[in-house]
Design a protein around this ligand. Structure first.
Ligand SMILES: [Zn+2]
Length: 152
């Protein structure tokens, strides 16, 4: 069923930062950036920096998750495979990003991160969920589903 009340959404390309309009109901993973031709969504988490995060928060109207992590953090590394699996499983609905808090301390500070890993979820420009601590496997998948109201 086509919902004509939804005009689609703006997806910021994390390769070049350009805004792209994505038609309602069209899977994000099928879209390419009109400016740089990179895919708008991949089945793997994408590393972004603080500047790109600000752009996403300000302009992107889709659904995305951010994993705030650091290379020295054991629980972060433990969660990484589950995060990658979730990125593959939900690639059509949600984009998955990672922010290295060592390299982006100012951005992590602005987010009010108290510990890592922390997962943050945005939808339509609003922060809708915030989950501190490592989640693995099905627990992480369930959190994504409930946060974005996705069916199993
Ligand atoms: Zn682009």
């Amino acid at each position: 069923m086509v919902d004509t009340t939804v005009k689609g959404r703006i997806a910021i390309c994390t390769s070049c930062g350009a805004p792209n309009r994505v038609a309602a109901g069209k899977p994000l993973s099928a879209g390419k950036c009109g400016k740089c031709s990179q895919k708008l969504a991949t089945p793997k988490p994408v590393d972004i920096d603080g500047a790109m995060l600000e752009r996403l928060i300000a302009r992107d109207t889709g659904a995305f998750v951010l994993d705030v992590w650091a290379p020295w953090c054991g629980p972060c590394r433990m969660m990484a495979p589950a995060y990658e699996a979730a990125a593959g499983r939900f690639a059509d609905q949600v984009r998955f990003f990672k922010l290295n808090s060592d390299q982006n301390q100012e951005a992590a500070g602005k987010l009010g991160i108290r510990g890592i890993p922390t997962l943050l979820a945005w939808e339509d420009g609003s922060l809708i969920a915030n989950q501190a601590g490592a989640q693995t496997g099905e627990g992480l998948a369930r959190w994504i589903q409930s946060t974005f109201r996705l069916s199993a």
